[in-house]
Design a protein around this ligand. Structure first.
Ligand SMILES: Cc1cc2nc3c(=O)[nH]c(=O)nc-3n(C[C@H](O)[C@H](O)[C@H](O)COP(=O)(O)OP(=O)(O)OC[C@H]3O[C@@H](n4cnc5c(N)ncnc54)[C@H](O)[C@@H]3O)c2cc1C
Length: 538
């Protein structure tokens, strides 16, 4: 009888191993362009900071990156367990072991502690963004806002809130708290003044009743919540513990239930819930009638800055990996980066990465110098730059990541081939949360109308674009003034729709000028060690 040989021979010996090996060895801090930026702002502290960042980035680019890729798999997405076996409502957020280990290791970095060097916390958070783990980075941004908010009123808040502050900033017995911020309600997230969640006074605290419809980091220890004071038109700001003292271990939530976790296009590792409050203890913070102003100026400002860093870090990582792949992969008769069309796209990607990273740090520096709560021309300019960055960097991130994906061809669409598809999906969320573009463009329109009673538009433009000629400043000021004559808040007409398009266009141009200024202050250093590229092509 004839024996049929069933052994299947491999059709191809093609291997990605060389690329994977080199890519996995990339250390995100091993980036001459990035290092010079951090050195510029760290000044005398640079040497100590560099050593600390080397150590941090080594973990981040190896162990933590591997965990992050595992956490991102669909079967590991967070889940909600409503009840325990004894009929207790617990609303436990179930996360994979890697997510819990990563959270604990990152918490131990004490990223908000006063023991850190200036720029250490923010630079580490910039680097963390490159991994694309919103289950870590979103609560960190919220913790930043929570700490800043309590700090502003530290002399007035009750001891319970001071303890929360200490817990988030310095840790208590080695345990570090994380924050969240719940402002959006079902009837309109952009319109915080329309909140209907009720706050009813009781002793030295309030009790909350109602619903919050977008609650990211629903596993956090404390949240900043906006609510309407019962019987008034005032929207106030509260700090709400997720568990009252002693209840975390019992999994007994503070007067609220989590109805469900949202199924999202991006930031899928981050549990975003819908909450019903039924008497949660909440501590008022700041004046009763200033909740919206405080939420925007202290809390959302920090989250928006964070989105600038996230967008920049995403594009920097994608640009480096796309460059490496294009040097490695042979198609037809040559490497991908030897086709003029791909070479031009890679150049644009690298240029965008440099612009976005340089800008994120420059705006952050201005934020540290010019207190956004003070009414000077520089503070005003910084506030508007933070809005412009949130609008245009998050949008550009989506576009640039699409280009990066295309450099990888079909493999660019494969979630476990690279992290770029995840960064792309997360960037779409970055465009939406903390204020979608139209809301922020409308905010700039309102701000500039108010500004004109104090400073001229030319003064503002001269502050942000000192490198442009007076003719260019006059041109932009003229265009802005012309649009501002038209009511962009009225019902749509042919005329105001046209003006609305021009409004976005003129600010995009102005913001690119600002980004170019940020880059021009630096040397044109590479984003990847050139030796790595040589090795890749061998
Ligand atoms: C994944 C994810 C997680 C989130 N997590 C949180 C969270 O933890 N906490 C939280 O508070 N929120 C959270 N949000 C909510 C987010 O902040 C809101 O979705 C956002 O503020 C917009 O609100 P909305 O969805 O109700 O849109 P709407 O307010 O209904 O807006 C819809 C559209 O109308 C436009 N628009 C609205 N008002 C104006 C205006 N005045 N001028 C011009 N255009 C306007 C908007 O630009 C947008 O295009 C999250 C959102 C997402 C996607």
């Amino acid at each position: 009888m004839e024996v049929v040989n069933l052994q299947i021979t491999k059709q191809t010996s093609y291997s990605f191993d060389k690329f994977i090996e080199l890519r996995n060895e990339l250390n995100d801090f091993d980036n001459p362009f990035l290092k010079q930026i951090i050195q510029k702002y760290a000044e005398d502290e640079w040497e100590t900071l560099e050593a600390r960042l080397n150590h941090f980035s080594q973990k981040l680019s190896t162990k933590w990156r591997k965990w992050t890729d595992d956490i991102a798999r669909p079967e590991n997405h967070p889940k909600l367990l409503h009840y325990d076996a004894f009929n207790h409502r617990i609303d436990r957020i179930v996360q994979p072991l890697e997510a819990r280990m990563l959270t604990e290791e990152v918490k131990r970095e004490r990223l908000f502690s006063s023991a850190l060097l200036p720029y250490e916390g923010i630079t580490k958070r910039y680097l963390l963004h490159g991994n694309g783990e919103s289950g870590i980075t979103c609560p960190l941004a919220c913790t930043d806002g929570l700490i800043a908010l309590i700090e502003e009123f530290i002399d007035e808040v009750p001891n319970e809130v001071r303890k929360m502050y200490l817990h988030a900033k310095e840790g208590i017995d080695g345990d570090f708290a994380i924050g969240a911020q719940f402002m959006s309600e079902i009837q309109g997230g952009s319109n915080i003044p329309a909140n209907v969640l009720r706050a009813v006074p009781e002793k030295n605290y309030y009790r909350l009743y109602g619903n919050k419809f977008f609650c990211s980091a629903v596993h956090a220890d404390y949240s900043v919540v906006t609510a309407r004071l019962e019987g008034t038109n005032d929207i106030a700001l509260f700090v709400v513990p997720t568990w009252l003292p002693g209840d975390k271990e019992k999994e007994k939530r503070n007067g609220h239930v989590v109805n469900r976790l949202k199924w999202k296009i991006g930031t899928t590792e981050l549990p975003s819930g819908e909450i019903d409050y039924n008497g949660a203890v909440a501590y008022l913070i700041g004046p009763k009638n200033r909740g919206v102003a405080l939420a925007v100026s202290i809390v959302l400002t920090r989250s928006r800055l964070d989105i600038g860093f996230a967008s920049a870090s995403f594009i920097m990582r994608a640009a480096r990996e796309a460059k490496l792949y294009a040097r490695f992969r042979q198609v037809f008769d040559r490497k991908i980066d030897e086709f003029p069309m791909a070479a031009a796209q890679l150049e644009d990607l690298e240029e965008a990465a440099k612009r976005m990273v340089a800008t994120a740090f420059k705006i952050y520096d201005a934020f540290l110098k010019y207190d956004p709560l003070v009414e000077t021309a520089e503070s005003f300019a910084t506030r508007e730059l933070i809005l412009l960055q949130k609008i245009f960097s998050s949008k550009e991130a989506v576009n640039q990541l699409r280009t990066a994906i295309s450099i990888f061809g079909g493999h660019g669409a494969i979630e476990d081939f690279s992290s770029i598809p995840r960064l792309f999906r997360d960037s779409i969320v970055n465009e939406l949360w903390e204020g979608p573009s139209n809301v922020l463009l409308a905010q700039i329109y309102r701000d500039l109308h108010k500004l004109r009673s104090k400073f001229s538009i030319k003064t503002f433009l001269n502050i942000i674009l000192p490198h442009l000629s007076q003719a260019a400043i006059d041109k932009y000021a003229g265009e802005i003034e012309q649009i501002m004559v038209i009511d962009l808040t009225a019902m749509p007409t042919w005329e105001n729709c046209l003006a609305a398009r021009k409004w976005e266009q003129v600010w995009r141009e102005i913001f690119i000028h600002y980004q170019q200024l940020a880059v021009s202050e630096l040397q044109d250093l590479p984003i990847l060690d050139p030796a790595v590229l040589v090795q890749t092509s061998k």
